[in-house]
Design a protein around this ligand. Structure first.
Ligand code: FAD
Length: 333
């Protein structure tokens, strides 16, 4: 079995001809796995009139692209995409197949894993390979985030995982880098499709703002109450950043869920992350620990948030945050 299935594949998710960031991140992670296992890295691209995107997939590290270009694949639907991915998997037999843990990626991966009768590790945050046994080591928080579990799929191929956006790092694209393009034909007919796309309504939410933000000012229960929490909004405004918070803050109704950072919220990687009045529970930390710079403010010198902080300020947020607001306001004027 191990020899029959070879290669690391990444599902390249695109909509309207734009590749999802997570797919590029997965090409970065997939490159490391493929190099370790000494096999090619392939991107799997489905859509309509998407051939131009292959250039990007090669530039971000793929050696091969398996492409199915078909009008029925113009917009994502489980049925048509699953048929395409199943045909490719059964024909070319990858040993590892990675998907972004986006709504469509999760939907597709679970459907494909079921039909291929293989295992799927959902919401992975770490990937590695056991070269000797040719096993994917897919790790994710388990038991409420208190431990990291490494999950293996020993007896079935491909080994599949969905991976959280913003956790892996995309490689720097190499302009001009190219590879082998395999164009696959498929028999798909619109009249056979059980779902029809009548309209696509795009939602613009604060969630997107949080994921794209270079600066995030996040507050926790240590802010005391909703009124004091306004200091977090004010600091974010002065810095031109977005506001985030812990689950406890969301549960208290101080912020909507889409602004929650952590295991059951968003994973973010801004250049600067302020963690103010946040204890640093593992479920929060998994969502922000890859930020480039973390400034933590907490009155407890032993707060776990200081373990991941670049700069630690021990003190009362009610005194420090107004000073920061004033200081930045005059400095940035
Ligand atoms: P607390 O833990 O109460 O911390 C408040 C901190 O503020 C303390 O460290 C305190 O010293 C400090 N403080 C108090 N007063 C001041 C002051 N005046 N100045 C400065 N510092 C002060 N949490 C998330 O955030 N995101 C998630 O996605 C998430 N998912 C979860 C999933 C599961 C399955 C479970 C079980 C839990 C999850 N949690 C999540 C909850 C998590 O375990 C913590 O309970 C939560 O992160 C704590 O929030 P907090 O830091 O705001 O509050």
């Amino acid at each position: 079995m191990a020899m029959e299935h070879r290669g690391v594949w990444v599902f390249i998710e695109q909509s309207d001809g734009v590749i999802e960031e997570v797919s590029l991140e997965l090409l970065g992670a997939g490159r490391k796995l493929a190099d370790k296992l000494e096999v090619p890295l392939a991107g799997v691209l489905l859509g309509y009139e998407v051939e131009a995107l292959c250039t990007t997939v090669f530039e971000y590290g793929a050696d091969e692209v398996y492409m199915i270009d078909h009008p029925v694949l113009k917009d994502y639907r489980t049925e048509s995409y699953m048929k395409g991915v199943m045909q490719l998997s059964e024909t070319y037999k990858p040993e590892i197949f990675l998907y972004g843990a986006t709504p469509n990626g999760k939907d597709l991966a679970s459907a494909v894993a079921t039909d291929l009768n293989t295992g799927l590790t959902a919401d992975t945050t770490m990937l590695d390979a056991d070269v000797e046994n040719r096993l994917l080591e897919a790790s994710r928080p388990a038991f409420g985030g208190n431990i990291m579990a490494t999950i293996l799929c020993k007896n079935h191929r491909p080994q599949m995982a969905t991976v959280r956006p913003k956790v892996m790092q995309a490689l720097k694209p190499q302009p001009g880098r190219t590879g082998r393009l395999v164009k696959e034909d498929i028999e798909l007919y619109e009249e056979d499709m059980r779902t029809k796309i009548l309209q696509i309504v795009k939602e613009t939410s604060k969630k997107a703002a949080l994921q794209d933000a270079h600066i995030i000012v996040a507050g926790g229960k240590g802010m005391g109450d909703e009124k004091n929490f306004q200091l977090i909004h004010q600091l974010a405004e002065v810095l031109g950043g977005s506001v985030g918070g812990t689950r406890d803050v969301v549960e208290a109704g101080w912020l909507p869920h889409e602004q929650q950072v952590g295991q059951t919220g968003e994973t973010v990687t801004p250049k600067l992350y302020f963690a103010i009045g946040i204890s640093g529970a593992i479920q929060h930390v998994v969502g922000m620990k890859n930020s480039e710079m973390i400034i933590a403010i907490n009155k407890d010198p032993n707060a776990p948030i200081f373990d991941v902080a670049t700069y630690s300020i021990v003190g009362d947020a009610m005194e420090i945050v107004p000073m920061l607001i004033e200081g930045f306001r005059s400095a940035l004027r």
